[in-house]
Design a protein around this ligand. Structure first.
Ligand code: UGA
Length: 432
């Protein structure tokens, strides 16, 4: 194992997953957070996020002593060789990532770091941040390495343990290689770059995937009108190794805490540097179109008007396997329906509390099960691809609903089963 203790500052979804996984590789890891209550809970083995496999890793780490939690950034960083910054970089409101938390923490811990310490940025940060941090730290004996993460929510532990690559960027090559070495047991290729390239790799990868999704969603719209099937097209395209089969499933637009924020941030970075990048603009305007199209289908299914119409929503989270509602496409569609007067009842395996209208969401009464959500609904809409939705009893569902129409925004409902239950099924990306 690498010589030297690892500190992880920030125990959000990236920090906690990275900390627990690094501990499971045999490293000594101390995770620090500003939230003392959360630190106490995690020290007792209570994991605050839904992430398959994470709970077990935290228990194992606590039991072996490889993983500990501590209150405060400085307490975690003291004596550590590697300090992973896993801090929030929210949208600052102007399309730029807000780096205040990162800089405050760096200013706090800079003076107490050991000579030879390596600061590692895991947070998604704009190009130039590694250099800015180097300036803030102002210590020639401390290196700064950009090491972006590519974890997906819901499969983060599996992604961490089976990475496609480890990206490390620094002006100090030996520091970058030392950070890559921490992941050596995972046998992934290490991509050693400049800090600027590393920082851009993260934005470019996320924006490219978002663009791929916008592309397939637009192909889906075209497929519907010409009598083609988007799944067949994606299959045919995906065999081309230059394209690949992943991220070609059509849906009600893409969302989550990363793609929308990072696509906009990359557009702002390009604009700030006077580089024309119209594809980014098109990527998110196409996403609005994808959400509009699903809302249009629901209005049509309801007979042309949504005023006072009860709609059942199956799926509220931004994708299956997570309890994250941030920038959920399901809620973006729901907002459009509510704006036209629809009454929304929803069910999601990961959500138990009613949603209250705010900037990013409408009022949704959250039912304890899928059938209760459907009671008296005129239209049933599937918005998140939870596998359970394909197994539900559609005859029972039809029995409680007022209408007999399903708008399947994720293409998870079997056409024949829906027909047997008496439903008309409106799919996405192929003619009904
Ligand atoms: C995304 C990236 O995939 C990760 O590589 C990256 O590390 C992460 O952002 C991040 O920057 O932290 P995540 O936000 O967890 O991961 O979500 P994805 O699994 O990428 O899904 C994003 C959206 O695309 C979801 O709304 C999902 O439903 C949608 N999607 C995905 C589709 O509509 N079709 C697909 O085929 C795949």
């Amino acid at each position: 194992m690498a010589d030297g203790r690892i500190a992880v500052i920030g125990t959000g979804y990236v920090g906690l997953t990275s900390g627990a996984c690094l501990a499971s590789l045999g490293h000594q890891v101390v995770c620090g957070d500003v939230d003392a209550t959360k630190v106490a809970a995690m020290s007792r083995g209570e994991v605050p996020i839904l992430e398959p496999g994470l709970d077990e890793l935290v228990q194992e780490g606590l039991a072996s002593g490889n993983l500990t939690f501590i209150h405060g950034a400085a307490a975690a960083a003291a004596g550590a060789k590697y300090i992973f910054l896993c801090l929030p970089t929210p949208d600052g409101g102007d399309g730029r990532a807000d780096l205040r938390i990162v800089h405050d923490v760096v200013a706090e811990i800079g003076p107490i770091l050991d000579a030879g310490a390596i600061l590692v940025t895991k947070s998604t940060v704009p190009v130039g941040t590694a250099q800015d941090i180097t300036t803030t730290v102002n210590r020639p004996d401390v290196a700064v390495v950009s090491n972006p993460e590519f974890l997906q929510e819901g499969t983060a532990v599996r992604n961490f343990m089976n990475p496609d690559r480890i990206v490390v960027g620094s002006t100090d090559r030996s520091a970058a290689v030392a950070v890559a070495e921490l992941y050596a047991p995972l046998r992934a290729p290490a991509v050693v770059t400049s800090p600027e390239s590393s920082e851009l790799i993260k934005y470019a990868a996320n924006a490219f995937l978002a663009m791929k999704l916008s592309f397939i969603n637009s192909i889906g719209a075209l497929a519907e009108t010409v009598g083609a099937d988007v799944a067949e097209i994606a299959n045919g395209m995906g065999y081309d190794e230059r394209i690949g089969p992943k991220f070609l499933k059509t849906g009600p637009g893409w969302g989550g805490s990363c793609f929308p924020k990072d696509t906009r941030a990359l557009a702002t970075i390009a604009a700030d540097h006077h580089v024309s990048f119209p594809l980014l603009e098109a990527t998110y305007t196409s996403n609005d179109d994808a959400q509009d199209r699903v809302a249009d289908k629901i209005r049509a299914a309801a007979g042309g008007s949504l005023a006072g119409v009860k709609i059942a929503l199956w799926g509220l989270t931004f994708k299956a396997g997570t309890d994250d509602l941030r920038d959920s496409p399901a809620l973006a569609v729901a907002r459009r329906l509510a704006a036209e007067g629809a009454v929304l009842h929803g069910y999601d395996p990961a959500i138990t509390k009613d949603l209250v209208a705010g900037k990013d969401r409408p009022d949704v009464v959250v039912a304890p099960d899928a059938y209760t959500a459907a009671v008296d609904a005129a239209v049933l809409v599937v918005l998140t691809e939870w596998p359970i939705f394909a197994q539900l009893d559609l005859v029972k569902t039809a029995g409680v609903m007022a209408g007999r129409i399903i708008v399947d925004g994720r293409n998870v409902i079997d056409t024949a089963t829906a027909a047997v239950a008496g439903f008309s099924l409106v799919p996405l990306g192929r003619p009904a």
